[in-house]
Design a protein. Sequence first.
Length: 388
Amino acid sequence: MSKEPVAVVGIGQTRHAAARHDVSIAGLVREAAVRALDDAALTWADVEAVVIGKAPDFFEGVMMPELYLADALGATGKPMLRVHTAGSVGGSTALVAASLVASRVHRTVLTLAFEKQSESNAMWGLSLPVPFQQPLLAGAGGFFAPHVRAYMRRSGAPEGIGTLVAYKDRRNALRNPYAHLHEHGITLERVRSSPMLWDPIRYSETCPSSDGACAMVLTGTAGAARAPHPPAWVHGGAMRSEPTLFAGKDFVSPRAGRDCAAEVYRQAGVTDPRREIDVVEMYVPFSWYEPMWLENLGFATEGEGWKLTESGATEADGDLPVNPSGGVLSANPIGASGMLRFAEAALQVRGAAGERQVPGARRALGHAYGGGAQFFSMWLVADTRPTT
């Protein structure tokens, strides 16, 4: 039996900020969900199931929040699932929801991911004590900085590449009304002169800590026909995992990421991602991960990713725009960050991305990773219904 084609007919996200003191967690998630339903011209009664995702519970100190969020998300009396794959969870959550539609278990599914980092401290929550990891490792940046250095040694990339990425993404964020960081007057020199946090990662090359949520409404062919606007169609989606640590693990270009991208391309019939994909919403929490992931995802050969960045190809007006929304560097509600990449990709192919729209975008890749670069989730969406 063939799969049901999956369409993204509703997209909603909150205003992202360092602290959303105006809403509780329940109010935050409902804000995104209501916007997604309004975008789809649907009501809570049209939703058959809810799939929710977030990062570790200790990020807010609320254990199993899905229990009390069921009512806020209209899940009373309906199936509700929770997904968790660390930082990639937003993407994984969307893929689980898509599978429910593709398998015809449910016709219309609301999927949502969130984080309210202001209610805890994720950086120190990620700084585990001895004997679990080495001392003086403050936050995710401390874990990933040595891998960036390894990439620089392997590729011969000059030290200024990371600042180019950060400068690009912060400028892109100025066109995104939902972004957390709106740094008017940002200059390349300001990025270059920002304090060094984890060599070679500077303050302006890091993601913020954000409160925010993202929601999407997924449905099949019949539901898409009733949508008030052309939907984004899912042409490929996959998740892959590997351990945090093992002998021979390649932290610069993890195999799970390469395999995940290859499977998405196989499903979508993509043989040359550099030429066939119009825009990429990539999970880049630290600026250097743009060139690293360009190689991992097959957009550049090994050691050549930084050259794409340096050439301007990944700028909003380049031939491979990366993160026209401003990306994770400009808004990072961790549990929702992956879903935001998926949702922004869908907005692009719908032609509904506002001032951050890439002209003529027909195929877009949404990408997320999490844990110790061990969990990967990706989807490829297009403006046409898949043929198979």
